[in-house]
Each structure stands twice: as structure tokens, then as C-alpha cells.
Ligand binder design. Structure first.
Ligand code: NDP
Length: 322
């Protein structure tokens, strides 16, 4: 099989196309011919060393494809089924070995590429909007990087739940991408201060919640916009990790709540994973959530995909096609 391996951490150039033996169907696992692997920001953190990994490793944790073999004890999945997964490292590959408990059967009517596009970013948007801070009609939220993978899905789910959505984006083209997802107010934060722009629309401290996947560059501004007892959800580091925060900072910001969630803690068991995936696929099937694949790259061009993602040149989801 072909795979994209990292044997030393660094920039996109450390992503190497290698040939490895096909995985055997080991107990409890299934072997999948990968139709598409999802590119996620976390892949860049693992490649660069921000999130340490044992070396060497095959990059990527999300994908979808057709089951070609099943190991001993596998009962819920058969050869020929189309499945999707997240949080299974080694997904930038033509063939992948996936634990049965991580595989979700892709519902009829949803193609493998769409499924690969939403397992990580879509489940993240789902848990952020329904569990971390369960949005209700009347809530005002801010979603940074609203034209990105998580951002564009989160805008749509926030609108489904009846919230008023402020979104930030980094270019005029991205303004349209976030607006087409349903955001009520879109601010190009490379052109103007998002704090001033939101205050001009909604007055001081108007927000119930900030969903911040950008991190270092936006965290403090977001705190200034929260209502007393509002919630700061810092869930990513696209511009670098947020510096440590003193508890007194949260008091001064208005007794606000701070959380730093990660997907693994919101799909803690099979039942929770299936429930969230079913809700997400339901929204896609009935047209409530539209999936935007911004670009598809051949597997061998993974480095190009990482360069594009890290240089803020992308919208929606990036896929690698083996
Ligand atoms: P995106 O498609 O959103 O790409 C990242 C975007 O961040 C860029 O397009 C850019 O949008 C914005 N950005 C702002 N500043 C920078 C910068 N200095 N360098 C690069 N990008 C910047 O990626 P994902 O949807 O994959 O991930 C979004 C965030 O969510 C990431 O931080 C990721 O780690 C996090 N995440 C967290 C999860 C969790 O469970 N905690 C799960 C999934 C993702 P613009 O040009 O509009 O500013």
C-alpha cells in the first residue's frame, strides 16, 4: 500500500510517500480500501511536533472507504460495506486497518468522500454546538475561521439551533463562503478589528459564546466580547496555542467560563459516537447541512495540501485521494 509517513517532525516537506505492507485483518479490526482521507489541522500539529507522536508514523486520522477484509470477532461490519472513521491514526494511506468500534457505516445516499469530509470536522462542529455550549434560539455566538472546515459546518449547525451567528474570515472571498453557510454577520478580521466590528453591530459584550479554533491571535479579543457568565470555547491552535490563563482573568472578563475541549472526550463510547454520527449524517441527508469540499489532492501531494491549509489559502474540507 501507499502511505504518507513522517519519520522526523518539521514542515510539510517531511511528509514522505512510502510503500508499506498491506495491513492484515487482525482481531477486532477491519481492513479498508481508502476512498478518501480527510486533511485536518491536527495533522499539521502532529507533523510539526506541536502534538508529540512516536516516530515514524503514518499521518491522518480520518477517512472513508470499502471494507476488504475483517478480523476475528468482527460482527457488525462485512466485506463490501462502506465505512467512515475518525481518530484512527494512519489514514493518509491507500489501505487502512481500522478498529471495528471506530468504524461507522456510511448511510445509503451519502458517498464515501462526503463521509470522509465530515467525520472529524463535522462531529466536532456537532459536539461544540450541541454539548460544549448547547446553542438555543436567542443565543449570540462568534465562530472564528468561518470559511474553514469546522467553521463552515459550525455556522450551519448554529443556525439550525436558532442562534445569531457572527463569523470571522481572512479574505473577501471567504466572506462569501461564510455568508453562504448562513452566518448573519461576517467580518474580515485581516481588514478590521473583529472586536470593534462586533461591538459596532451589537454593542459592548454581546456574546453568549465564542467558538475559537484560531487560538493565539483571537483569544483575548473573544474574551472582551463575552457577556458576563459567557463561555469561551477554545478548541484549536491554527495561529498558535493560547498562552496560559490566570483564573483572575476569567473573573475580570465577567465571571466567564473557559473550556478547551477535544473530540475524543465527546465520543467517549460507542453509543455516543453512533448518536453524534447519526445526527450529523441525518442533517446532511435532509439537506440541513451542506458539505463543501474545497479541494481534492492525490495522496502523493499531501505536502501541498498541508501548505495550502497552513497558509490560510483553503475553504471547506481538503481531501486526499489515494
Ligand atoms: P480550517 O479549515 O479552519 O483551517 C484553519 C483556518 O484558520 C484557516 O483557513 C484560517 O482561516 C484560520 N487561521 C487564522 N490564523 C491562522 C494562521 N496563523 N495560520 C493558519 N490558519 C489560520 O481547519 P480545521 O477546520 O481543520 O480546524 C480548525 C481549528 O479547529 C484548528 O485549530 C483545529 O486544530 C481545531 N479542531 C479542533 C478539534 C477539537 O475537537 N478540539 C477538532 C477539529 C479541529 P482565515 O483565513 O479565515 O482566518
Amino acid at each position: 500500500m501507499n502511505a504518507i509517513q513522517v519519520s522526523r517532525t518539521g514542515g510539510p516537506e517531511v511528509l514522505e510517500l512510502v510503500e508499506l505492507p498491506d495491513p492484515e485483518p487482525s482481531p477486532g479490526r477491519i481492513v479498508v480500501e481508502v476512498a478518501a482521507a480527510g486533511v485536518n489541522f491536527i495533522d499539521t500539529y502532529q507533523r510539526s511536533g506541536l502534538y508529540p507522536m512516536d516516530l515514524p508514523f503514518v499521518v491522518g486520522q480520518e477517512g472513508a472507504g470499502t471494507v476488504v477484509a475483517v478480523g476475528e470477532g468482527v460482527e457488525g461490519v462485512q466485506v463490501g460495506d462502506v465505512v467512515a472513521w475518525t481518530n484512527v491514526i494512519g489514514s493518509y494511506a491507500s489501505v487502512h486497518s481500522v478498529p471495528e468500534e471506530q468504524a461507522i457505516r456510511v448511510p445509503d445516499g451519502i458517498d464515501a468522500e462526503t463521509a470522509a469530509a465530515v467525520m472529524l470536522q463535522g462531529l466536532t462542529a456537532e459536539y461544540l454546538a450541541t454539548s460544549t455550549f448547547p446553542l438555543q434560539p436567542g443565543h449570540r455566538c462568534l465562530i472564528h475561521a468561518g470559511a474553514g472546515g469546522v467553521g463552515r459546518l459550525l455556522i450551519q449547525i448554529a443556525k439550525l439551533r436558532g442562534a445569531e451567528v457572527f463569523a470571522t474570515v481572512g479574505s473577501p472571498e471567504k466572506v462569501e463562503v461564510a455568508r453562504s453557510a448562513g452566518a448573519d454577520h461576517v467580518i474580515d478580521y485581516r481588514e478590521q478589528s473583529f472586536v470593534e466590528a462586533i461591538e459596532a453591530i451589537a454593542g459592548p459584550k454581546p456574546l453568549d459564546v465564542v467558538y475559537d479554533g484560531v487560538g493565539a491571535a483571537t483569544f483575548e479579543g473573544g474574551l472582551r466580547l463575552l457577556k458576563p457568565r459567557g463561555t469561551m470555547v477554545t478548541f484549536g491552535n491554527a495561529s498558535g496555542p493560547v498562552e496560559p490563563v490566570a483564573p483572575l482573568t476569567l473573573m475580570r472578563a465577567g465571571s466567564v467560563f473557559l473550556t478547551r475541549p477535544t473530540l475524543g472526550d465527546y465520543i467517549r463510547d460507542r453509543a455516543e459516537y453512533e448518536e453524534r454520527a447519526a445526527r450529523l449524517f441525518g442533517w446532511i441527508a435532509d439537506g440541513s447541512v451542506e458539505v463543501l469540499v474545497g479541494a481534492r489532492y492525490p495522496l502523493a501531494d499531501a505536502a501541498e495540501a498541508h501548505r495550502a491549509l497552513e497558509s490560510r489559502a483553503t475553504t471547506g474540507k481538503l481531501l486526499l485521494i489515494p
